[in-house]
Design a protein around this ligand. Structure first.
Ligand code: NAP
Length: 291
């Protein structure tokens, strides 16, 4: 599989596509807005005018678009991947997408002899740039094996989780950990700041111990500098938390911690802060102690 198509060149998709080019794949790209596409074309990718045209040029097509309805539109809609793909090809969704859309896309492709993998990622924009993403894959094992060289160009820790949907379920578990960890960091930094602790020294001290995490090492320093630029936008984490809330209803399980963080992020969205990076959770905690 040498001819790859990539759709959705945002914060994550653009560096992932660049890593595929670096690894020597023959790459076709499509993005709704033109600027990121031009950047990839300048590096040697072929531009396409629709997801359908990307599929016509490719053996494997990857999508990295924003939300579940976008995945459905790009994969199954008019001028979508399904219209340009032949039997035997492989479609991969690497975004975080609802189970409902994941199952629908898998079924529609199956009817046409096209294999589908849900392969969401973890590791943030840093992991996408450095090619060190964790990739959690659901779908046919033989399609996973065929796509391993492609995944290895973008990630380091690549795990086949089971049938379609299990990649997304693993990612939802990841997002529970990500959001609750961020709440811990936000509360710890608030206590530290109010009590006069040196915040940089605090991170230096605790990041090597039991409280250490990716977010503490990579995002807490940004919080201290007042850098709330995204990485991973609040509104995208909220999309994921909504999926988790609906799965918790479906499975009849209680996730009180996740629900609490979701409500705190609601407060950020309600005050037009949804475009900030998810490290902005501290703003919701700080607001609780303001007059
Ligand atoms: P982003 O920067 O907002 O980029 C989203 C991309 O999707 C853009 O290229 C956008 O095109 C495209 N798009 C949106 N709706 C579309 C539509 N209807 N048709 C065609 N293209 C469409 O988002 P991101 O941070 O890269 O996230 C992408 C996915 O990865 C999401 O599912 C997210 O949850 C997941 N994810 C993100 C991170 C992270 O740290 N950022 C980490 C892991 C997973 P335009 O340029 O035209 O807007």
């Amino acid at each position: 599989m040498k001819k790859i198509g990539f759709i959705g060149l945002g914060i994550m998709g653009k560096p992932m596509a660049k890593n595929l080019l670096k690894a020597g794949f023959d790459l076709s790209v499509y993005n709704r807005s033109k600027a990121p596409m031009e950047e990839l074309i300048a590096l040697g990718a072929k531009g396409a005018s629709s997801p359908k045209e990307v599929a016509e040029n490719s053996e494997v097509v990857i999508t990295m678009v924003r939300d579940s309805p976008d995945v459905e539109q790009v994969m199954l809609g008019k001028e979508g991947v399904i219209e340009g793909f032949k039997e035997g090809r492989i479609a991969i969704d690497m975004g975080t997408t609802s189970l409902e859309v994941t199952r629908k896309v898998a079924q529609e492709f199956k009817k046409r002899g096209i294999r589908f993998l849900d392969a969401p990622v973890s590791g943030g924009d840093k992991g996408a740039i450095e090619g060190t993403l964790t990739i959690m894959v659901g779908g046919p094992k033989e399609a996973f094996n065929e796509c391993l060289p492609i995944f290895k160009a973008m990630g380091k820790n690549i795990v086949h989780m089971g049938d379609n949907g299990y990649g997304q379920l693993a990612k939802l578990c990841n997002q529970i950990m990500v959001s609750l960890n961020m709440l811990g960091i936000a509360e710890a930094l608030t206590l530290a700041s109010k009590s006069g602790l040196d915040l940089n020294k605090l991170i230096e001290a605790i990041s090597a111990g039991a409280a250490g995490s990716w977010a503490l090492s990579n995002l807490a320093p940004k919080i201290i500098k007042g850098d709330f630029n995204p990485g991973f936008k609040v509104k995208l984490l909220q999309k994921d938390l909504r999926i988790i809330m609906s799965v918790s209803d479906e499975l009849k399980i209680s996730l009180p911690g996740t629900s609490l963080v979701h409500q705190l992020y609601n407060a950020l969205e309600a005050t037009n802060q949804g475009e900030l990076g998810h490290q902005a959770l501290i703003k919701a905690i700080e607001r609780l102690i303001k007059e």
